[in-house]
Design a protein around this ligand. Structure first.
Ligand code: FES
Length: 123
């Protein structure tokens, strides 16, 4: 095993592209719809700037939500999932991702400051 630094700074976005067979017990987000959301979000985060421009937007297998309608999206690290409608929720999804990544960026600054301060404290 070899340790490497992650190539993303504040987190990743997982977009479910799981496609179940017709007649499956549960609904699925779908490969085509999931990829539509992933591609649009990747483009929007890159052009939107800020901390979200440095995240990765990845295709994912089932995130465990399996909505009847829509595509499940998660930000890692994070506590929430969103169900989005491709082509309708693009702006809201971008705003949510920017908020989540901005929070991670602020948390990172706070951790670095605390770490720096802790290094200056004499024991
Ligand atoms: S199939 Fe997308 S969350 Fe389960």
């Amino acid at each position: 095993m070899k340790k490497e630094e992650v190539p993303w700074k504040y987190g990743v976005v997982l977009v479910c592209t799981n496609q179940r067979l017709d007649g499956a017990d549960k609904p699925s987000c779908g490969r085509v719809r999931g990829e539509q959301v992933r591609r649009q979000l990747k483009q929007d985060t890159r052009s939107g700037g800020g901390a979200a421009a440095q995240c990765r937007v990845l295709s994912s297998s089932c995130l465990g939500l399996c909505p009847e309608d829509g595509v499940a999206v998660a930000v890692v690290p994070g506590d929430d999932l969103q169900v989005v409608t491709p082509g309708e929720d693009d702006a809201a999804l971008l705003a949510w991702v920017q908020e989540q990544m901005g929070r991670q960026a602020e948390g990172g600054k706070a951790r670095r400051t605390l770490s720096r301060l802790a290094g200056k404290v004499r024991r």
